[in-house]
Ligand binder design. Sequence first.
Ligand code: S3P
Length: 426
Amino acid sequence: MIQIEPARALVGHIGVPGDKSISHRALLLGAVGEAETVVRGFGRSGDTEATLTAVRALGVEVAEDEVDLVRVEGRGLRGLRAPEEPIDCRNSGTLLRLLPGVLAGQEGRFELIGDESLRTRPVRVDEPLVRMGARVETTEGFPPLVVEGGELQGITYELPVASAQLKSAVLLAGLYASGETTVAEPLPTRDHTELLLAQAGVRVRRKPGRATVSGAERLALGEVEVPGDLSAAAPFIVAATLLPGSELYVHDVGLNPTRTGLLDVFARMGARITVFNRRKAGGEPVGDLEVRSAELVATAVEPHEIPRLIDELPLVALAAGCARGETVVGGAAELRLKETDRIETVTTSLRALGVRISASENGFRVRGVPTRPKGGGMASRGDHRLAMLGAIAGIVSREGVRLEGPEAVGVSFPGFFDLLESVTQR
Ligand code: S3P
């Protein structure tokens, strides 16, 4: 338990850890690449540590030259070997969903397990991978699961939900399949897998809402430069917006348009965020952000925007609580399947801190008032995004927040509290 005291403003310059989604993917593709993949700006966290340990267990050598620089000695597309022990995905949904896509093309039997939270999350990838010809056995749709590779055939798969994890698993399995594998998505989701595959020399054919790969002979990523994680920058962006007098710069952050929903929603709400130094790192757009405080007004977050800010919705709820008028978020039922049921945990947590928020089946409704929330107590329940939400709620509150389980931030952002302290003015 820690006490988060209210702050006056956020001032200074920060960089955030490398993008978690890209870091996972770089390790997994590096593992089945030819020769060496160098990952610069690797985002180190509990989740990516799980992937690092997993690829090592599969027989891949990984050198950790520096905290954010790793080198992966690829074993080739079909070169992974089945470990005796189960592979522990810990808290990581991304590892749980993406790894089976790669394992579907290997020889042997692979068991995947996870922590208590992960065991409550649907595996989902079993259905398309089985259709392609792999053997996947889940525990009634949940982990633990067993994957046995086979002769795969390409399929056309319509995603039942807009999930980049599910899309990625099928595209990765498509590398091992005869013929073409096409994934169609109902709404655009993050496309880091497609971009990295293209960088690795795989021909990915893309049309709006569809991506197609063919069976591949070899992969070679070379060097990956991982931009800062916009989802890790988000708590800072929200705090600097809400605290009058703030002036915060976030450097080298990923601005892939499939990820920038928060910036669009915040622009509508009246936030003052300027992007400068736009550039490319590998295939990914990157830039620097200047965030100044602003008075926010309510907005409607539409279902088609949800995949572009899915992990930022808890923070949107807090910001909406301080914005004049009623904010409605709909079409976000996926939140119920994250590390916690985030519709339930965000609404009960924020309500206890004085935010007038109510849950709906697929989102929430917030009646905002342009003052600071009162504060009080909340628990992370082991969910990293809730822990960061509690910290930001605390610094923008009138009376502070007693936060139970702050260590959950380590799942995506181990240095979060130190970085926050370094730019907080009291
Ligand atoms: C991720 C995709 C999203 C996101 C998660 C990371 C990824 O999940 O919530 O934090 O790296 O592909 P879904 O694709 O299941 O919505």
